[in-house]
Design a protein around this ligand. Structure first.
Ligand code: SAM
Length: 284
C-alpha cells in the first residue's frame, strides 16, 4: 500500500503500526501468475522489492535476514551437503548457503519464476552465485517438491517463504513438516522464517506445535532485527530430527572462511536467548 507518491508505506493493520521508506523512483511493476511484484529505488535503503504490497527485500537490510536464515542452521548441522530452499526467489538465501564450501548442492524451489527474474535485474548482488555449478534453480511449489523428495535425501531445508497466506499457507502445516521430516536425513534440520515475535506469537506457537507433531524432537526460535518487516523484530525457527539445536559447530563458525555482515558465533549464540514473554508463550 502506498501513501503519498514519494513514500512506500506498509500498514500492519492488526498491530496499529506501519513502516515507510522514502522513494526516489518506481523501477518495475507486474502481476505474475501468483502475485503483484513491484520494485522501487529508495532514498536510503537501496532498491526495494514488494510482493502484494508487502516489504520483501531491501538492498540495505536484507543481510540480517539472509544471514540468519542460513548460517545458524548450516553450522548446526554436522556436515550439510544437500540443502533445499523453499521460496527464496530473490536468491539472497541461496547466495549465503553457497558460501559454505562443504555444501555440494543447493536446490532453490521458488513457485514464481518472475520473482527470480526481477531479482536478477534489480538485485544482482543477491544473485551473484546463481551460476555456481552447485546451484539448481527450480520453479515449482515447494509443498509438491517436498512430497516427492526421496526419504533421507536432504540435510537442511530452509523455508524462506512469504507470510502464511496464499501459496505459502501450506508451508506452515504439520503435513508439510511431515514431508520434510521424511525427506531429511538422520541428522536433518529445517529452519523456517517465523514472522515477528512481537506481533505474531500465535503463528510462532502454532509453528512449534506443528513441527513437533510432525515428529521433530526439538524446536528453537532465533531472534534478530529486520527493519523493513512488521515491528522490525523478526525470527526464524529451527527443528531438528536427532540434533541438539543448542549446540553448533562453533569452531567452524569462528573460523569461517567467508565474510558476513552480521552473523558470527557470538550472534548465533545470542540469537537463541529466549525472551521471558516468549518462554511463557511456548509453555502456556
Ligand atoms: N523474506 C521474505 C519474507 O520473510 O516474507 C520472503 C522472501 S521470498 C521473495 C518469498 C518467496 O516465497 C516468494 O518469492 C514466493 O513466491 C515464495 N513462495 C510462496 N509460497 C511458495 C510455495 N508454496 N512454494 C515455493 N515458493 C513459494
Amino acid at each position: 500500500m502506498t501513501l503519498g507518491n514519494d513514500w512506500f508505506t506498509e500498514i500492519h493493520a492488526d498491530a496499529g503500526s506501519a513502516f515507510s521508506l522514502k522513494l526516489t523512483k518506481k523501477l518495475h511493476e507486474e502481476q505474475s501468475a501468483f502475485q503483484r511484484i513491484e520494485v522501487f529505488a529508495t532514498e536510503d535503503y537501496g532498491n526495494l522489492m514488494t510482493i502484494d504490497g508487502l516489504y520483501m527485500v531491501s538492498g540495505r537490510d536484507n543481510f540480517l535476514y539472509h544471514e540468519m536464515m542460513t548460517h545458524p542452521v548450516l553450522f548446526t548441522h554436522p556436515a550439510p551437503k544437500k540443502v533445499v530452499i523453499i521460496g527464496g526467489g530473490d536468491c539472497g538465501t541461496l547466495r549465503e548457503v553457497l558460501k559454505h564450501p562443504g555444501v555440494e548442492a543447493a536446490w532453490q524451489v521458488e513457485i514464481d519464476e518472475r520473482v527470480t527474474r526481477v531479482s536478477e535485474q534489480f538485485f544482482p548482488e543477491l544473485c551473484e552465485r546463481n551460476n555456481d555449478p552447485r546451484a539448481h534453480l527450480l520453479f515449482d511449489d515447494g509443498i509438491k517438491f517436498m512430497k516427492d523428495a526421496a526419504p533421507g535425501s536432504i540435510d537442511v531445508v530452509i523455508v524462506d517463504s512469504t507470510d502464511p497466506v496464499g501459496p505459502a499457507e501450506g508451508l506452515f502445516t504439520e503435513a508439510f513438516f511431515r514431508a520434510c521430516f521424511r525427506a531429511l536425513g538422520d541428522k536433518g534440520v529445517i529452519v523456517q522464517q517465523s514472522e515477528s515475535p512481537l506481533y505474531h506469537g500465535k503463528i510462532l506457537k502454532a509453528l512449534h506445535a506443528a513441527m513437533r507433531a510432525a515428529g521433530f524432537g526439538q524446536t528453537q526460535t532465533l531472534f534478530f532485527p529486520q527493519p523493513v518487516y512488521p515491528s522490525g523484530w523478526w525470527s526464524c525457527t529451527m527443528a531438528g530430527k536427532n540434533l541438539d539445536l543448542k549446540t553448533f559447530r562453533e569452531t567452524d563458525a569462528r573460523n569461517k572462511a567467508f565474510e558476513t555482515v552480521y552473523y558470527n558465533a557470538d550472534i548465533h549464540r545470542a540469537a537463541w536467548a529466549m525472551p521471558e514473554f516468549f518462554k511463557r508463550l511456548l509453555e502456556g
